[in-house]
Design a protein around this ligand. Structure first.
Ligand SMILES: C[S@@+](CC[C@H](N)C(=O)[O-])C[C@H]1O[C@@H](n2cnc3c(N)ncnc32)[C@H](O)[C@@H]1O
Length: 269
């Protein structure tokens, strides 16, 4: 058994509304979306020739905020998720954002159903905040990355174990840190498999990817006390996030780490 293996992946049925409110109804979600979009624009979208549109597969896409933005810009997006509840929220979101129907598809598929249902590799696989909910993240990453065309891109965001340790230290939870057990409660919103970034980078390397950017998502906000979070403006906190999120050692302490990686061509591998 590898060190991450749990019994089953976490389908978000029954958690979807709670997730939407807790994560995306707060500044946490706003920081996440703003930084993810900056990375995607800066590393990828702004470099495309005019009238070039990407094929995109959003795996475990949830409510689909990033996918909806991509599809609104003309990219051709397929969002897949194992949870019907999340897909129902995604549908509401795409409609509310008036995303052209021709630019997206929502499919109720789990990771291991992708090989039978996705017949062409895509230009960009989006895989945000899913790895940490999988029983076997290493295998899950392999399954997701198989859908990227040679020379194509992966946008991966994962829950960072170092940040969980640091946060527990600051709270004085020394016994928890010593036990090295950070698995969330069943049915809650604490992920089951926080990831050691060095493992993820090694898995990407093995899958034939070169990392082109890394960003810490919430390198500041989550270390502030509740009082400080409430007394500082969103703009002040976001300014600090932006200042530090792409610089070590702060990026490696982000609650999540966002990586954009490029799949080497078959000749390079
Ligand atoms: C934390 S949410 C992230 C949603 C979205 N990617 C985002 O960044 O907001 C994790 C999602 O992964 C989905 N998921 C978990 N295991 C999965 C699997 N094996 N195949 C497909 N989706 C899965 C869950 O249903 C849930 O919607």
């Amino acid at each position: 058994m590898n060190k991450y293996e749990h019994t089953e992946d976490r389908n978000f049925d029954g958690l979807a509304e709670h997730f939407k409110k807790k994560i995306y109804g707060s500044s946490k979600g706003q920081i996440r979306l703003q930084l993810l979009w900056e990375d995607l624009e800066g590393q990828l979208l702004n470099k495309l020739d005019e009238n070039t549109y990407l094929s995109v597969l959003d795996v475990g896409g949830g409510i689909g905020q990033i996918s909806a933005k991509l599809a609104s810009e003309g990219h051709s997006v397929t969002l897949t998720d194992v949870s019907k509840d999340m897909l129902a929220l995604a549908e509401e979101h795409f409609i509310a954002e008036k995303v052209p129907l021709t630019n997206y598809q929502l499919k109720n598929l789990s990771l291991n159903q992708l090989p039978d249902n996705v017949h062409e590799p895509v230009d960009l696989v989006v895989f945000h905040a899913v790895l940490e909910w999988l029983a076997n993240p290493e295998e899950g990453l392999k399954q997701a990355t198989e859908n990227v065309v040679d020379g194509g891109y992966l946008s991966l965001m994962f829950y960072n174990k170092h940040s969980v340790i640091m946060k527990n230290l600051l709270k004085g939870n020394f016994r928890k840190v010593a036990s090295n057990d950070f698995v969330g409660e069943r049915g809650g919103l604490t992920p089951i498999s926080p990831l050691d970034p060095s493992d993820v980078y090694e898995w990407l390397h093995q899958a034939g990817f070169s990392i082109i950017s890394k960003t810490g998502i919430r390198v500041v906000n989550d270390y502030l006390t509740r009082d400080l979070q409430n007394s500082r403006s969103y703009e002040d906190i976001f300014h600090m996030e932006k200042l530090l999120c792409r610089t070590e050692p702060y990026l490696s302490l982000g609650r999540y780490i966002h990586v954009i990686a490029k799949k080497n061509s078959a000749l390079d591998r």
